[in-house]
Design a protein around this ligand. Sequence first.
Ligand code: ES4
Ligand code: ZN
Length: 324
Amino acid sequence: MQSFIQGLPKVELHLHIEGSLEPELMFELAKRNQVDLPYQSIEEVSAAYQFHNLQSFLDIYYAGAAVLIHEQDFYDLTWAYLLCCQRDCVMHTEIFFDPQTHTERGIAFDTVITGITRALADGQQKLGISSELIMCFLRHLDQASAFETLSQAQPHLDSLVAVGLDSSELGHPPQKFIEVFAKAREQGLLTVAHAGEEGPAQNISDSLDLLKISRVDHGVRCIDDPKLVERLAKEQIALTVCPLSNTKLKVFEQMEQHNLLELLRQGLCITLNSDDPAYFGGYMTDNFEAVASALSPTQQELAQFTRHAIDASFCSAERKAQMR
Ligand code: ES4
Ligand code: ZN
């Protein structure tokens, strides 16, 4: 099974590039940029990665991003992730970035996006890995800040396929971002949102109805609303599920309790993704392996995760045909 999973072609649809910052690169960049870290060693960093919920993770994740200063730092971060994709047979990846995490501490929007897109172009050219870029708004900030971020993105609209919504779900429902999502759609962008990760199933329905999202990021709490599960199956709305993330952040205490296989068998378009691999203990292959050992899906079901991800991808019809 291990070699089947390793060699299985994969497509990633839920990856925060800032969440792929490994402790080794964090230390290297801290040194290069003379940024103080609250850790003395790589071992101390890894020891700090014990989370009890989403917020306890986000606090550490935003602190780690402080080492990213120059365009080359964003390039190096993205390139390191693409090398992991190559190792894991990831053919195509759709990457989230959080511009506000950087602009809030004085880093220019252009610095961030230029570094990321330059690495993605090299990933296409040198590794044959195709990609799309999704700009996320931080939902703990207000809609005015999201509008400002969308205006900073105007010269780069060609580099973006969609906007997303991430960060603290509880207390920050999709209603807060109706107008900025409408404006992004007017500009030709697709939309996605984290919903039903820690928050209620209602956030999933509201994100579909009010933000017109094309996919649901996480979405695992749909299980609390049988009518919603029926809708997700009927309309084949994809869920970008992140198994190791969900157990690390205690959405499920143990992988054995994860509902993803149950949802797949009810006909939902389920995909497997790594979310923040440097923080949650693994990349795509690790997520597939964790699911395989805890839930014992068949090989056909494992291959189905990839088929679903191709179907739900925002890449061109030509690229989809190549991957099938
Ligand atoms: C995130 Cl796991 C998760 N949930 C919400 N927002 C995020 N940003 C980065 N990882
Ligand atoms: Zn996420």
